[in-house]
Design a protein around this ligand. Structure first.
Ligand code: NAD
Length: 503
């Protein structure tokens, strides 16, 4: 066994994942840090997956009648267990997804934060009281648990996305069946083991409340098509969402789609350029460009272009690239060879469309099976070709603009609508960007980059990003069903809208 595989196994042991779950199976799992195999898992068969969904459905019938604050107690214990395992789980995220230590730990912190949020929420699943038009009547809304929640997740936030969904789903009264990315199954086993510890402390939790399915898209499809899965929360590429959305809708299931982004920043004439530089650098190069909220397009006003660009180029030329387990490098590996090839294809297409490319070349860090690159900065004459698409790698396309209204049009002229940012000290520009005629994204920021959202807000985007919302604000409502109740406490039966029907 290689040293990295052995470190991974020790971490999994410490996290209480049974040995049999990650050894001896037919599905190899790799670390992008070195490209080497670190585990061998056993994929879930279709029959097993179906049986697990049935088990989750049985758990639902019990869990839905638990008082919500008691359900919240389980999530409180999950938050405690996550605090205890923060270092180990953060390290495993770095091994499996290639994130820097700080980003690995940051992802686990986000899980802890959403648990805290959900515990409070468990006492706040409020409905409205509504004025009735009829005398002696009262109307109200009640929120009820929905059913089994199927979670399908992407490789790049291997644990946070599960926690956003699970913490809310559990307090809302729903069991969860999770199909993590086939590129990051080990962190999923670790999360399940951590939740199992909380479940053991809680005692009488129904069996099958949280389960993990191992495998690729064919296993995800079982969740998509199963009539007992009330809600499919799917995070991944727009391509995946195009397949999943219509299939869930065809059986009248609900879905939350969290898909690709093509996020942009606008640097205005009045921008604080020091701040913009740092925000753009983190937004575009952080996590090696593998965040859904990564900044991929940048519009810089012509009056500051010549001052800003050389500084940005210098940041790109000097950013540290290295093994996230052995260095404090800011940029780690791409997830795999396919991601590297996709990046090279996009850069070739950008050149063909008149782009001037700096960076983008492969950097040798360790074995040949690992794919490290220098982030690429591409000056484009206009927004065309690969600029219109998400390439899941660190490429930032920079374009010059002169007119504010025109740049807002360009900003919105792509398929995705996830995150956006403006750098300005001009009140009119700021408000226009945030207005109904401004950014068309689910996230619109001022003097902050496009990435690094907090859990308190609803997270998600419009258009080809899928329209789903997760995490804070009132995102919980997607995990519950709403009933409108009318109560007649009078001794008459007046009909609504004055209708008369005397029998
Ligand atoms: P991907 O689409 O390749 O895979 C995501 C998940 O979907 C995996 O678990 C995969 O097995 C599953 N899947 C794929 N096709 C499926 C199908 N037909 N039926 C059921 N399941 C299916 O994405 P990826 O490469 O893992 O992740 C990167 C993508 O995810 C990027 O596009 C990124 O922007 C997006 N992303 C979006 C968000 C968000 O919140 N909007 C967050 C993280 C990542």
């Amino acid at each position: 066994m290689t040293p990295l595989a052995s470190t991974t196994h020790s971490l999994l042991d410490r996290l209480d994942v049974p040995q049999g779950a990650f050894t001896g199976g037919s599905m190899a799992s790799f670390s992008p840090v070195t490209g080497e195999q670190i585990a061998a898992l056993t994929p879930t068969t279709a029959e097993e997956a179906s049986a697990m969904i049935d088990r989750a459905h049985r758990a639902f019938r019990e869990w839905r009648v638990w008082p919500a604050p008691r359900r919240g107690e389980l999530v409180r214990l999950l938050g405690e267990e996550l605090r205890k395992s923060k270092e180990d789980l953060g390290r495993l995220v770095s091994i499996e997804a290639g994130k820097s230590p700080s980003e690995g730990l940051g992802e686990v912190q986000e899980m802890i934060d959403i648990c805290d949020f959900a515990v409070g929420l468990s006492r706040q699943l409020y409905g409205l009281t509504i004025a009735s038009e009829r005398p002696g009547h009262r109307m109200m809304e009640t929120w009820h648990p929905l059913g089994v929640v199927g979670v399908i997740s992407a490789f790049n936030f291997p644990v946070a996305v599960w926690s956003w969904n699970s913490a809310l789903a559990l307090v809302c009264g729903n069991p969860v069946v999770w199909k993590p990315s086939e590129k990051t199954p080990l962190t999923a086993l670790a999360c399940q083991a951590i939740l199992d510890r909380a479940i053991a402390r809680m005692g009488d939790v129904p069996e099958g409340l949280s389960q993990v399915l191992i495998g690729g898209k064919e296993v995800g499809e079982i969740l998509v098509d199963h009539p007992k899965v009330a809600l499919v929360s799917a995070t991944g590429s727009t391509r995946m969402g195009r397949e999943v959305g219509p299939r869930v809708a065809a059986r009248f299931g609900r879905s939350i789609l969290e898909l690709g982004g093509n996020n942009a920043g606008i640097v205005c004439p009045s921008a604080d350029l020091d701040m913009a530089l740092r925000a753009v650098a983190f937004g575009a190069m952080g996590t090696a460009g593998q965040r859904c909220t990564t900044m991929r397009r940048l519009f810089v006003h012509e009056s500051v272009y010549d001052e800003f660009l050389p500084r940005l180029k210098a940041a790109y030329a000097s950013v540290s690239i290295g093994n996230p387990l052995e260095s404090q490098a800011l940029v780690g590996p791409l997830i795999d060879a396919q991601a590297y090839e996709g990046m090279q294809r996009a850069l070739e297409a950008a050149k063909a469309a008149g782009g001037m490319v700096q960076g983008g070349e492969r950097v040798s860090v360790g074995p040949d099976s690992a794919f490290y690159v220098r982030p690429a900065l591409v000056e484009m004459p206009s927004q065309s070709g690969p600029v219109l698409e998400e390439t899941f790698a660190p490429i930032l396309y920079v374009m010059k603009y002169s007119d504010f209204d025109a740049v807002i049009e360009d900003h919105n002229a792509v398929g995705a609508g996830l995150s956006s940012a403006i750098f300005t000290l001009n009140l009119r520009e700021m408000e226009a960007f945030l207005s109904a005629a401004g950014s068309d994204c689910g996230i619109a920021n001022v003097n902050i980059g496009t990435s690094g959202a907090e859990i308190g807000g609803a997270f998600g985007g419009e258009k080809e990003t899928g329209g789903g919302r997760e995490s804070g604000s009132d995102a919980w409502k997607a995990y519950m069903r709403r009933a409108t109740n009318t109560i007649n406490y009078s001794d008459a039966l007046p009909l609504a809208q004055g209708v008369v029907f005397d029998v």
